[in-house]
Design a protein around this ligand. Structure first.
Ligand code: PEP
Length: 257
């Protein structure tokens, strides 16, 4: 049986400027330094404008915390005003990038094809995509959460070779649970995360599917993380609101304590 290191990633969204970012990462690393937290990988996804400061801090102090971006351009360079490329993110040593977060899909019309191009752009530059998938409330009410989410997964992974796909992170984030305080039950999370792993086995192989980390995201907090993490196909959490409170995020990282 493959052991998957849990990945706890904080998506800061459009919060914390570059000075606040430094203070926040310092607090996290200080709070986690007294304990060997190698068993859990910790990552932060700050706004683009914070990445250089976070990189300087992480490099300078040799922190174990990983960092990444919240979005990536499908293009590598050129006349794409406002875009940030994988080339730029890899130069900043970003380990991760979120692709297809529901807020990008909703407010920026990112389709599965766009997400697929972004997944490929990330891999082109050695950055691990965290591909976000998940259904809205209407789909959940219609009981279609599994087929809907698997279609997003298929779209995001189209023509992605196995040697890349085996390193991807999938974040299952039911849209109705993001930022609403409404958390999926552990069984809800397991149902879809298990189906995602099953589809990865169909698309590639069981061996590959067993390696891929699947996160749950949607109102994760210190008080509910342990039950969600106890599910066999949940390998971490993508945390929004609670990641802005360093004490709360540290408690989430230490879900086993
Ligand atoms: C998110 O933004 O990915 C998220 C899960 O947000 P929240 O934890 O606030 O629901």
């Amino acid at each position: 049986m493959t052991t998957r290191t849990p990945l706890m990633a904080g998506n800061w969204k459009m919060n914390l400027n570059h000075l606040e970012a430094i203070a926040h990462v310092q607090k996290l690393s200080f709070a986690l330094a007294d304990k060997d937290y190698d068993a859990v990988e910790v990552a932060v996804l700050p706004p683009f404008t914070d990445l250089r400061s976070v990189q300087t801090l992480v490099d300078g102090d040799k922190l174990k915390i990983k960092y990444g971006a919240q979005d990536i351009s499908a293009q590598d360079s050129g006349a794409y005003t406002g875009e940030i490329s994988g080339l730029m993110l890899s130069k900043l040593k970003c380990a991760y990038v979120a692709v297809g977060h529901s807020e990008r899909r909703q407010y920026h019309n990112e389709t599965d094809d766009v997400c697929n191009a972004k997944v490929k752009a990330a891999f082109r530059h050695g950055i691990t995509p965290i591909l976000c998938v998940g259904e809205g409330l209407d789909i959940r009410k219609a009981g279609q959460q599994v087929p809907y989410t698997l279609a997003q997964l298929d779209g995001g992974l189209k023509d992605v070779p196995a040697e890349q796909a085996e390193t991807i992170v999938i974040a299952y984030e039911p849209v109705w649970a993001i930022g609403t305080g409404e958390v999926a039950t552990p069984a809800d999370a397991q149902e879809v995360c298990g189906a995602i792993r099953g589809r990865l086995a169909e698309l590639y192989s069981q061996e590959l599917a067993d390696k891929v980390r699947i996160q749950y995201g949607g109102s994760v907090k210190a008080g509910n993380v342990a039950a969600i993490m106890a599910q066999p196909d949940v390998d971490g959490a993508l945390v929004g609101g609670a990641a802005l409170d360093s004490d709360e995020f540290v408690k989430i990282v230490r879900f086993r304590d």
